[in-house]
Design a protein around this ligand. Structure first.
Ligand SMILES: Nc1ncnc2c1ncn2[C@@H]1O[C@H](COP(=O)(O)OP(=O)(O)O)[C@@H](O)[C@H]1O
Ligand SMILES: O=P(O)(O)O[C@H]1O[C@H](CO)[C@@H](O[C@H]2O[C@H](CO)[C@@H](O)[C@H](O)[C@H]2O)[C@H](O)[C@H]1O
Length: 466
């Protein structure tokens, strides 16, 4: 039952391989009666490896219409449970106990609920799932909280919790305040020694708009300028700025906020100077990912030589560099514009990477490169997603996309350097290699998760690889 349902979930990370085995690792009853609530950790075996996923299982004798789309199946007495099983993240009535348990710092079986020091948690709110495009499931509780349920579990403290707590303590104004969290006691998932973070409760920034939506609005305005008749005419980044809805001032402020968060991360977690040889090892790792992705996604192969050349330049940099804790999966969907400025979210790193790799110190320009990629994505998303373009329009719009991306990339880098970050212009080989590495990652990510988006990173790679 669960094995059929799991691959259809947006957050399931193993869609490209069959499930060989699925077992319930832990089952904890959080609410008795009808509806009942059970917390499950699923052990999912694929390609010889086991991953753990978290599910909140609701059970009702009669399933109301509104919950039908979230039905998992019918339980006839399995593990003593009878009724319709469904994803309880979509049932507001079953989300309220999560707040009550965090407020009361409950311990239930292997589950431990925590309240952040010095905060209170309201218990009178129901949660509804956010509709954001995301790898986990976030519940929004009124105007007050957002509770992110980590779906694929990794051993140890989740980096998002670890970093947000450290930055909240450091007084950083560019992250949402942490209110609470839920964890699985050591050994609860079979791993020794460390608790596993299951959920993070943060301040809900209700007036915020995410950077991706703001950037797309700007691109839309720019694309709405009438196209001159005849062959596509050259446009400049300044032309993109003259259209309504220019994003460059925001991009610059975002660059500055990024540099400030990097500074706070360096203070909270320290800085390591890495020798030049480490860059060769880094380039080797990038080449390995390139080989693996090119083997799986043929459309990447024509660009492989240019990408490999960029990695070669990284290996040849020949200088020691300061590495530190970074965001790790930085893009426009991870930043919110509030009334007070930019806030950064989701310090979990790239979902496909191993936990140790996600927390490993890196050069801060890796995040800068991530955001530069995102400007490339925003610039081309409308072209790739709009099947109704007039013949020839895509070519003209590609020129506009380039101008928009160039303008906002430059503004972001200027803001970053002016606020004290390492100047991207002075580290071009580093930025280019990080950018290509991210593009390769994205090509795999899109091929696995959103095949219709694959043209977005491919088109931009084509442009960047020249
Ligand atoms: N504290 C918050 N307040 C308001 N919106 C938020 C908050 N945290 C996240 N979001 C929204 O939810 C989306 C997904 O959050 P994110 O942490 O990136 O989840 P995931 O790791 O599952 O991708 C963000 O793009 C943002 O729009
Ligand atoms: O936000 P997540 O941690 O889930 O990150 C994953 O999903 C992202 C998409 O939701 C993906 O980002 C890519 O698409 C974005 C547009 O949707 C774009 O702005 C980013 O630049 C691009 O990388 C991210 O790579 C992936 O790890």
């Amino acid at each position: 039952m669960l094995a059929g349902w799991l691959p259809r979930q947006r957050w399931f990370g193993g869609k490209d391989s069959p499930i060989d085995d699925l077992a319930i690792g832990t089952a904890t009853e959080l609410r008795t009666g009808d509806p009942g609530l059970h917390h499950l950790v699923l052990d999912v075996r694929q390609n010889g490896a086991t991953e753990h996923y978290q599910v909140l299982l609701g059970v009702r004798r009669d399933l109301p219409e509104r919950l039908r789309p979230h039905e998992i199946g019918l339980l006839a007495g399995a593990a003593g449970i009878t009724g319709h099983a469904y994803d309880a993240a979509h049932d507001p009535e079953l989300t309220r106990p999560l707040l009550a348990h965090m407020a009361g710092e409950s311990v239930i079986g292997p589950l431990r609920f925590h309240r952040a020091p010095g905060t209170g948690i309201r218990t009178d709110l129901d949660g509804t799932p956010s509709t954001a495009e995301q790898s986990n499931t976030s519940l929004i509780f009124g105007d007050a909280y957002m509770c992110k349920l980590f779906r694929k579990l990794a051993p140890g403290v989740n980096p998002d919790l670890e970093v947000n707590l450290a930055l909240t303590r450091a007084g950083c104004e560019h992250v949402p305040a942490v209110h609470g969290w839920i964890e699985l006691a050591p050994g609860g998932d079979g791993a020794d020694g460390e608790p596993v973070t299951l959920a993070l409760l943060s301040e809900y920034l209700r007036t915020a708009t995410d950077g991706w939506q703001l950037a797309l609005t700007s691109v839309r305005d720019w694309f709405a300028q009438p196209l001159p008749p005849g062959p596509p005419a050259a446009v400049t980044p300044d032309d993109a700025g003259a259209a309504g809805g220019d994003f460059a001032a925001e991009a610059e402020r975002l660059g500055a906020a990024t540099a400030q968060v990097h500074r706070d991360l360096a203070r909270a977690f320290g800085v390591t100077t890495v020798p030049a040889e480490r860059l060769r090892a880094l380039a080797d790792g990038m080449n390995e990912q390139l080989d693996a992705v090119a083997a799986a996604v043929p459309q990447l192969r024509p660009h492989a030589a240019a990408v490999r050349a960029a990695f070669g330049e990284l290996a040849a940099v020949g200088a020691e560099l300061p590495f530190q804790r970074v965001h790790g999966d930085y893009h426009l969907g991870q930043v919110l514009r509030t009334d007070h400025g930019w806030v950064l979210l989701d310090f979990e790193g790239e979902p496909a990477r191993a936990p140790a790799e996600r927390r490993a110190p890196a050069h801060p320009l890796r995040d800068v490169a991530g955001m530069l990629r995102s400007f490339e994505y925003a610039a081309r998303f409308l072209i790739a997603s709009d099947g109704g373009l007039a013949p020839g329009a895509a070519d003209a719009l590609e020129l506009r996309a380039q101008a928009w991306a160039e303008r906002n990339r430059a503004a972001f880098c200027a803001g970053y350097a002016a606020a004290g970050g390492p100047d991207p212009a002075a580290h071009a080989a580093l930025v280019r290699a990080f950018e290509f590495d991210k593009a390769v990652y994205e090509i795999r990510y899109e091929a696995r998760n959103r095949p219709s988006w694959l043209p977005v990173p491919l088109r931009s790679l084509e442009h960047l690889a020249g």
